[in-house]
Design a protein. Structure first.
Length: 172
């Protein structure tokens, strides 16, 4: 006499496309022997059910391996993103520090050139130098001020780079 399997034990529409076979069909038969939900399954059909789903360990192992690979790839992407963010922050801080030092030096140069231009004007007013000396001193002062203005702009760009590296959201 062939074995009987309840209809609830065979699901022909699972998500992965493979029917499910429960190993407790003997228990349901013993508990509910007279229900109409039991149907006859021959030995050939039972072997097909077992071969379909129970003996597919390779597929299950490959799905586990694929999930592990996706998890590892996600971790590596996260690690790469963190390292890139740290590199961006380090570069931004380094650039800002170097530009701060340069800006302080240029501020000193502007102060010195302004003093030189004032002295040249006083000497020209008192007749000790020519107008050419005053013009050269003014040109040097203007060059120093232009360099300091450029350095001020670079400081602000570097500050924005620090905020961006810290997650500020600015995009260039």
């Amino acid at each position: 006499m062939p074995e009987q399997i309840s209809a609830a034990q065979i699901d022909d529409s699972p998500l992965d496309g493979h029917p499910r076979f429960a190993a407790d069909y003997g228990i349901t038969r013993a508990v509910f022997p007279n229900l109409d939900i039991h149907r006859r399954v021959g030995a050939k059909n039972l072997a097909q059910l077992l071969r379909r789903n129970v003996l597919n360990f390779g597929r299950i192992e490959s799905e586990i391996d694929a999930a592990d690979a996706r998890q590892k790839q996600g971790f590596l992407n996260y690690q790469e993103t963190v390292l890139e963010a740290l590199e961006n922050m380090e570069n931004a801080l380094s650039s800002y520090l170097q530009e701060t030092t340069r800006n302080a030096s240029l501020a000193g140069a502007v102060t010195q050139d302004r003093r030189a231009a004032d002295l040249a004007r006083q000497q020209y007013t008192n007749g000790f130098t020519s107008l050419l000396d005053v013009l050269v001193a003014d040109r040097d002062l203007l060059d120093a001020e232009a360099n300091q203005a450029s350095s001020d702009a670079n400081l602000r760009k570097n500050l924005v780079a620090i905020y961006t590296a810290a997650g500020g959201g600015w995009k260039e």
